[in-house]
Design a protein around this ligand. Structure first.
Ligand SMILES: [Zn+2]
Length: 419
């Protein structure tokens, strides 16, 4: 498909460069990005449809950690989102280092604040509750980070165990000092509010010339975490989608192509959940979802993370071979908006190119390259064109039962759609 040569990394890069600012879900900056995306879509002669939605999230008010025995000291700390509140005056309790939370170490956590390595997720949170811990302080980072980079991540709890315990996270170096000095009691303050915010999805359709009732979805989220401008996560994905759209606007597809830019992915796939909720009952029309999340840096490798039947992987492997385009294919539950399609029964994949600086201030457009954007935009356009050219999809549509279980776990035991 030599015509795909017209797909330009420079064009995608120039697009991405317009968005070199943080676009936190539900803020004015995210809304500004939505306006800019719409303007760029109109510049291609296409009309965006805008679907606004509200989503529930958290606002952190206070977070602090003070050691009270055997010495007094305060340490910089941030609170986990979707965690329980402490009393305003704080929660005073023994502090116990449980390392990574093995069964035996957790025996000492009863009635204590557990100091624990790594990010606390659903399973660990549940184990802490079972052990009788009254709160947790998790340890993040490495000794290499300078002061301002130490606590830039945003951690939250997502499964049914959210809101069960108050939780903070502190930096590696502070945790090391606490343990080495024998820290044994602390006052933990963590307070947050549940809030409702607004976001929007932007949907652009290029109607199919032969079978317009069949839809290939192409998706990417445009919001970022608050810490940085989310260039490879994921304005690069948005730029790749836009560049692919630019190509298909000039080369009409047989099936309908529906390009969607999701808001509020970083707060729990809120955009794709709203999107699928609105389309419940019409999901049969979706042939596949091709999602892009993480892309655009030169040093890295491209993976197609396929959440669908194994036969989808076989189809993709054959296309990659024929097109002479390298990419790894992995058949598993991913961690992006493609999951929302998959749990609703639509075969889905995320095109993902690893990179440096995710969810930090270092994830800037400066690290993106026209080379990498062009490489993955051509891959996406190639896969789209090849799938579109097929009379019928050569893969099974059903999501295997084991994968459905994995998806259900990912969504905290609760499918994102009503019914
Ligand atoms: Zn992302």
């Amino acid at each position: 498909m030599t015509e795909l040569d017209k797909i330009s990394g420079q064009s995608a890069y120039d697009f991405a460069a317009r968005f070199d600012y943080a676009r936190e879900s539900g803020t004015a900056a995210e809304a500004q990005a939505a306006e800019e995306i719409c303007a760029q879509v109109r510049a291609l002669g296409l009309e965006p449809a805008r679907e606004s939605f509200s989503f529930d999230t958290y606002e952190i008010d206070r977070a602090s950690l003070r050691l009270t025995a055997p010495y007094e000291a305060a340490y910089p700390a941030r609170a986990y989102g979707n965690a329980a509140n402490t009393p305003a005056g704080g929660l005073a309790a023994p502090l116990v280092y449980v390392e990574k939370g093995d069964r035996v170490s957790l025996r000492r956590a009863k009635g204590a604040i557990a100091l624990i390595c790594g990010r606390v997720r659903e399973d660990t949170c549940r184990a802490l509750v079972q052990a009788g811990a009254v709160g947790f302080v998790s340890i993040t980072g490495t000794p290499l980070e300078e002061q301002e980079d130490r606590l830039k991540l945003d951690y939250d709890l997502r499964g049914p165990a959210r809101w069960t315990l108050p939780g903070l996270y502190i930096h590696y170096e502070d945790a090391r000092r606490i343990v080495e000095r024998g820290g044994s009691a602390a006052v933990l303050v963590a307070q947050q509010r549940q809030v409702t915010r607004q976001s929007e999805n932007i949907v652009v359709r290029i109607p199919g010339t032969a079978c317009p009732e069949q839809v290939i979805a192409l998706t990417a989220h445009y919001d970022s975490v608050p810490a940085g401008p989310g260039a490879y996560d994921n304005i690069a994905g948005v730029a790749i989608l836009w560049e692919t759209m630019r190509w298909f606007a000039a080369h009409p597809p047989r099936r309908t192509l529906e390009f969607t830019f999701f808001g509020a992915e970083e707060r729990g796939l809120c955009g794709s959940k709203d999107f699928m909720g609105r389309r419940a009952g019409t999901l049969e029309s979706y042939v596949i979802d091709l999602n892009v999340d993480l892309a655009g840096q030169t040093v890295g490798g491209t993976v197609l993370g396929v959440t669908a039947d194994r036969s989808v992987c076989d189809t993709l492997e054959a296309l990659l071979d024929r097109g002479g385009i390298g990419a790894a294919v992995e058949n598993k539950v991913w961690a992006s908006d493609s999951n929302t399609f998959a749990i609703c029964g639509v075969p889905a994949l995320t095109l993902d190119r690893d990179g440096f600086g995710m969810h930090t201030r270092h994830d800037t457009v400066a690290l993106l390259s026209p080379w990498a954007l062009e490489r993955d935009a051509r891959l996406l356009a190639y896969l789209t064109a090849e799938l579109d050219a097929m009379d019928r999809m050569p893969f099974r549509r059903e999501i295997p039962a084991e994968m459905q279980q994995g998806l259900l776990r990912y969504f905290g035991g609760k499918p994102p759609l009503p019914g």
